[in-house]
Structure formats: C-alpha cells, structure tokens
Design a protein around this ligand. Structure first.
Ligand code: GRF
Length: 179
C-alpha cells in the first residue's frame, strides 16, 4: 500500500481485508500519520524514503526492490501524493489501483469536492481505478455515489465521501485480486 498522509483508507483496507492481505505500507512522506498507525497499531512492515530532492529513477528503483522483497502482487494507492514515474507504472502495469474522491471520469486531479460544489452537482462519490501513465484516467473498477446536500461545503462533502471510500475500497480490492 502506498500513502502520503493520514491513511484512513489504509486503515479501512487493513480492518476489512478479505481475499487480500496488506503486507507492506510504503510512503514518500516519513511523517505520514498513516505510516505511524501502520507501525504502531497494525504492526505492519513499513518503508519510507523522502522523495524530495532524490533522483526519481533511484527512488522508484528502491521502491520496486522493497515491493519485490515483500512479494507484493498488487499496489493499492490512497492519498499517495507523488506521481509514479512512467517506467514504474509500465513495470507494474495492471497491478496498481487507486481510490479517487470523485465519480470518474469527472474531476480528475485535485480539489474534487470544491469543483463538484462549484459546478452545482447534486451527486458526488468515489471511484477505484487502475493506475496508468495518465493521471486518474485508468479503467474504473468500481464506484459509489454520495448525495451532495444543499448546505455542504468541501469539508462536509469530503467527510461523507470518505465514509463511502472506506466501504468501497476493500470491496473492490477483494474483487480485483480475485478476478
Ligand atoms: C482520499 O480522499 C482519497 O480518495 C484520495 O486521497 C485521500 C486519502 O485519504 N486519493 P486517506 O489518507 O486514506 O485518509
């Protein structure tokens, strides 16, 4: 699993794991709260190397080595804030999935909740998709809709979508590894 931040999806994937097992949590952010949770609460193996200022080829090669060492079959991303290099994505083609807080193909990239609100949408949601070289553009493996309420702001919408993410991701990942 690759994360950079708080790791609430990591927690959902660990706590609702069926048909898969989280064997390693890796991050480009040594201060990720999710990494702490993985280490201290879930007692999972972790790997981190701050990617700032590091040669991208070297960083990705190190990541690939540690994934191989842990016999990782599928890489699940959640809030991983570094764009994976094209070479890395090619090496792991078809084996990297991500969760995105919108109903793809709508709102690829950042600030999805603010954009959905600004557009006056009444429905938002989340999607689990395959990772390809183009950002948030791989095949959608599953999605869940969430209503947008009249008094929502980006924070309240994010919280409602996150709840849906925590249900959707373990389900879709199980189906994906079992396909
Ligand atoms: C989630 O909203 C996910 O959809 C997006 O980044 C956020 C990660 O949250 N890709 P967390 O670190 O899993 O809590």
């Amino acid at each position: 699993m690759l994360i950079s931040g708080r790791g609430s999806n990591l927690r959902a994937l660990v706590e609702h794991a069926s048909c898969y097992e989280v064997v390693l949590v890796a991050s480009n952010n040594p201060f990720s709260a999710g990494l702490d949770w993985a280490r201290m609460q879930a007692l999972l193996p972790t790997w981190t190397w701050d990617s700032k200022g590091v040669d991208t080829g070297e960083w990705h090669a190190a990541l690939s080595r540690v994934l191989d060492d842990h016999r990782v079959g599928t890489i699940a991303l959640a809030g991983f804030m570094r764009i994976l290099s094209p070479a890395f994505v090619r090496e792991w083609a078809g084996r990297i999935v991500n969760i995105h807080p919108s109903l793809l193909p709508k709102y690829r990239g950042l600030a999805t909740h603010a954009r959905a609100l600004a557009a006056g949408d009444t429905v938002s949601g989340c999607s689990v998709h395959l990772v390809t070289e183009e950002l948030d553009a791989g095949d959608v493996l599953g999605s869940a809709e969430v209503p947008i309420l009249p008094d929502d702001d980006a924070a309240s919408l994010e919280a409602r979508v996150l709840e849906a993410e925590h249900k959707l991701y373990p389900q879709v990942l199980s189906e994906f590894v079992n396909r």
